[in-house]
Design a protein around this ligand. Structure first.
Ligand code: HAM
Length: 422
């Protein structure tokens, strides 16, 4: 019996890899243009980082982490998200000494033990950005704008930006108190999970998707009414920077997001094409996280998006993918005795910067040609006794089926010319 792939994970097969290259290249292109530098942090970290960073009452920490002990009994966790690890690296590498304001981006797999469904996986990929060291509202707007530009460059349409402010520690505490008071006599209508959240993290009740809870939530006061002067002013400015560039957004006063570190701005980008898991990306400000992870008080803001979800929406919106480049040259040997020459030529072609391959088994000329066709080679180079005797090889255009003999001395120039003109 063959061993199957773990639940909630998927292979990215060669037939799809060019889509991933395309998306990843566009992400890098846009983010570098916005002044972000790439960072790569480990796939696993000490569990404590996420418990302290993401929050011990968040769904991620309470039920979704892949946690294990190493051989010395230390608890490690596969990263469920990128922000906490970026902050850990920022502090550990004392990056603030070099960059008072640091703009980073990352790309890579994340792991959450969630119930798999369309658009929700246990191993998925995110790209994310983090700006550490500034509380300027322009930066909140820039983070939203940069993420939107990535989507636009990929051709995505009909996305909606939802934004909110969840205030700071001070004003949020007043709101949470008010929320609890208002919920007190509605507890019977809340789901079991929300009853539990009431004591542990009442804000998370606002995020519950169950109809019964939604009915209650709709009648609850919203946080906007309780924002302090500083948070209100900040939110007004973020909106006005978005307005100044004509970016359309919707204010969603109940958008609290699933991670505990947010302060002030929160936002999500949603796509109607994704069904229940409609968030194609989300982020916000986290002005307290760096201090909570042992650094000096340092404001920060960021965003992350699910790459599988981006690709799903691109497929659903029938966005045209760039064509696969395919192999430039497939070398075909007429007889086994031509193998050594074919092997040498193969390296010569590769050294000239062209992609090339050959079949090392002793297949017939016909089946080598069939293979060249199957893998989409643009040209085949046929190495045979007769031509070699004249210091020549045969070059065949696999599309037009035209064939010509080329002198060995001019071969590379000729190949480059042919490939450049396809
Ligand atoms: P998040 O909202 O948890 O935020 O995840 C960001 C995006 O990752 C989601 O909008 C979704 O597109 C994708 N995603 C999340 N979970 C899954 C899953 N199980 N399967 C497929 N895609 C998924 C964060 O992770 C924050 N670190 C974002 C951030 C950065 N905030 C500030 N800086």
């Amino acid at each position: 019996m063959i061993i199957r792939i773990p639940k909630g994970t998927q292979d990215i097969l060669p037939k799809d890899i060019s889509k991933w290259y395309y998306v990843e290249n566009k992400i890098r292109e846009v983010l570098i243009k916005y002044g972000y530098q790439e960072i790569r942090t480990p796939i696993f970290e000490y569990t404590e980082l996420f418990v302290r960073g993401v929050g011990d009452s968040s769904d991620i920490v309470t039920k979704e982490m892949f946690t294990f002990l190493d051989r010395k009994g230390r608890s490690l966790t596969l990263r469920p998200e990128g922000t906490a690890a970026v902050v850990r690296s920022y502090l550990e590498n004392k990056m603030s000494r070099v960059y008072p304001v640091l703009k980073l981006f990352y790309l890579g797999p994340m792991f959450r033990c969630e119930k798999p469904q369309a658009g929700r996986f246990r191993q998925f990929h995110q790209f994310g950005i983090e700006v550490i060291g500034t509380k300027a509202p322009e930066v909140d707007a820039e983070v939203i704008i940069a993420s939107i530009e990535v989507y636009k460059k990929l051709g995505l349409k009909n996305l909606k930006i939802m934004i909110n402010s969840v205030g700071c520690k001070k004003c949020r505490a007043i709101y949470v108190q008010k929320l609890k008071e208002s919920l007190k006599d509605k507890m019977d209508f809340l789901c079991l999970e929300c009853k539990d959240r009431y004591n542990k993290n009442p804000l998370r009740i606002l995020d519950c998707k169950k109809d019964s809870c939604q009915k209650v939530i709709k009648k609850m006061p919203t946080i906007n009414e309780y924002l302090c002067q500083d948070c209100r002013q900040h939110f007004t400015e973020v909106k006005s920077y978005l307005d100044s560039l004509g970016i359309k957004y919707f204010i969603e006063p109940r958008l609290v997001r699933g991670l505990d570190y947010y302060t002030k701005t929160t936002f999500e980008i949603i796509s109607g094409e994704l069904g229940a898991q409609d968030a194609i990306g989300g982020g916000g400000r986290y002005d307290d996280l760096i201090e909570e992870l042992g650094g000096d008080s340092t404001p920060a803001v960021g965003f992350a998006a699910g790459i599988e979800r981006i690709i799903m929406v691109m497929n659903q919106q029938n966005i045209e993918w760039p064509k696969d480049k395919g192999l430039d040259i497939f070398i075909v040997k007429v007889k086994e005795t031509n193998k050594d020459m074919a092997f040498k030529l193969l390296q010569k072609v590769r050294d000239a910067g062209l992609s090339a391959d050959m079949d090392y088994s002793s297949k017939s000329l016909k089946s080598q040609m069939r293979l060249a066709h199957k893998i989409g080679a643009k040209y085949t180079l046929i190495v045979g006794e007769e031509e070699l005797a004249k210091n020549m090889v045969t070059l065949r255009n696999m599309q037009t089926k035209e064939q010509k003999e080329v002198e060995m001395d001019n071969l590379i120039d000729e190949l480059i010319l042919c490939i450049n003109s396809t």
